[in-house]
Design a binder for this molecule. Structure first.
Ligand code: MTE
Ligand code: MO
Length: 421
């Protein structure tokens, strides 16, 4: 039996001290989250792991598109190549995965609760999932979630951490209740400055006293209409890799603020001090520094709104374009808490730019779609560069932006190669 268990990294992790993973009920839940049912689950010999779960294939485990790139399997981190992000709304199978710890097992929607506590609540209160769904009005928004470290691989000197290229971004349709409605139900004190999330994933060390990540947002962000406690993604229960059964979604901020597997929110009278809130995590130098500079923790500031950025999702880099044929270029652009006002493309390494058609956002904090068609003067090698400008007039840097020790916020122009002729 051990041998079978060991062949699956995630199951091996689970077996370190939590042998109840093999309970039939959890297998049934895992199977359901993968999108199929074990028809004769009740007849499984005890301690038998079905063949499907002896596999450590991330695509089988998470129902992902095979073209996603596995950066890491403990914890699981999967990046999406840009051409797979062509959909206006990111489908689950093409959504990047970023975990800091181990995905919870044995998720039972019937016993799952959300507790709201902290120095700045008038009372501590616990809600069942059913309470949350029925007691408060439901809202749906398309929300852009980009990892703060997206683009890290381009920084020099290199920064440690997942070497994301450009694909740690998504924009799905999230349905849930407004965090502000929940906070109103509980009552918050005037000294509330921050909220912090707590979740059911476990620390890589399996130490139950350590949380892999517990971040949060300033109270003003928590009270925005679009800050949701979500239970559905794209009209279905949230997939397990993305936070089933409950997730905080705070679009426009680094996606690390959007806690998956949410089971507690603390309303704080100080800046939340949970795991990975402390410097230098998810912080950049308060003032720009030269590449390679050592920056002390006091001089690092928490990342809030993400910078303006765009992604070319069609064509795929490396495309061959017949001469005399127009190239249809399209993609998405987003600007953290701001709106994108303009997207331009260049085929001459940024010497000249052509305006694209740009759609308004479906709602605040949703990415915007752009398109244009390009003519090439003669056959040969070209690069298409895309540059977005936000509502404050700030544009993306053509190559890498200001270096920072942890390699966050690389919003350089996305560049693809095409061959014409
Ligand atoms: N509980 C919990 N929430 C989490 C994380 C995590 O490891 N645990 N990772 C965060 C980070 S760093 C990112 S970028 C996003 C990734 O969301 P996704 O995996 O749904 O794409 O989830 C955030 N929420
Ligand atoms: Mo992240």
């Amino acid at each position: 039996m051990k041998k079978h268990i060991a062949s699956n990294p995630s199951i091996k992790q689970a077996s370190n001290g939590r042998r109840n993973f093999l309970k039939k009920s959890s297998l049934a839940a895992l199977a359901a989250s993968l999108g199929f049912e074990i028809v004769h689950a009740a007849k499984l010999p005890s301690n038998y792991v079905p063949l499907a779960f002896q596999d450590s294939d991330p695509f089988k485990l998470f129902n992902k598109n095979k073209e996603l790139i596995v950066l890491n399997n403990k914890p699981w981190n999967l990046e999406t190549p840009p051409h797979l992000l062509d959909d206006k709304i990111t489908p689950a199978d093409k959504m990047f995965v970023r975990n800091n710890g181990l995905i919870p097992e044995n998720v039972d929607v019937n016993t799952w609760t959300l507790t709201v506590d902290g120095e700045s609540v008038s009372q501590t209160k616990t809600y069942s999932l059913a309470d949350l769904k029925s007691k408060f009005k439901n809202y749906t928004y398309q929300l852009t979630l980009e990892c703060g470290g997206n683009g890290r691989s381009e920084f020099f000197p290199p920064a440690s951490g997942n070497q994301w290229k450009v694909g740690a971004v998504s924009c799905a349709n999230w349905t849930g209740i407004r965090l502000k409605d929940l906070l109103q139900d509980i009552g918050i004190k005037p000294d509330a400055v921050y909220i912090g999330y707590h979740s059911a994933d476990s620390h890589l060390s399996n130490d139950p006293n350590k949380e892999p990540i517990s971040r949060g947002v300033p109270i003003a962000k928590a009270l925005q209409d679009e800050t949701l406690i979500a239970f559905e993604m794209n009209g279905s229960p949230i997939p397990i890799a993305h936070g089933f059964p409950l997730r905080l979604v705070a679009g426009g901020f680094p996606a690390s603020a959007s806690g998956k597997w949410l089971n507690r929110i603390s309303v704080r009278n100080i800046v939340h001090d949970g795991a990975k809130m402390e410097a230098p995590s998810y912080r950049v130098p308060c003032n720009p520094v030269a590449p390679g500079t050592e920056v002390s923790n006091e001089d690092m500031c928490i990342i809030e709104s993400m910078p303006v950025k765009s992604l070319i999702t069609n064509p795929k880099s490396g495309a061959m374009i017949p001469m005399n044929k127009k190239l249809e270029v399209r993609g998405h652009a987003w600007a953290g808490e701001l709106e994108v006002k303009k997207v331009q493309v260049s085929i001459d390494f940024g010497a000249t730019w052509q305006d694209c058609q740009l759609d308004p956002p479906v709602n605040r904090l949703a990415w915007q779609h752009f398109k244009t068609s390009l003519n090439f003067p003669k056959d040969g090698y070209y690069e298409v560069w895309a540059k977005a400008t936000d509502s404050n007039g700030k544009s993306q840097p053509m190559l890498v932006p200001g270096w920072n020790p942890k390699g966050y916020l690389n919003n350089a122009c996305h560049r693809i190669a095409v061959k014409v002729g």
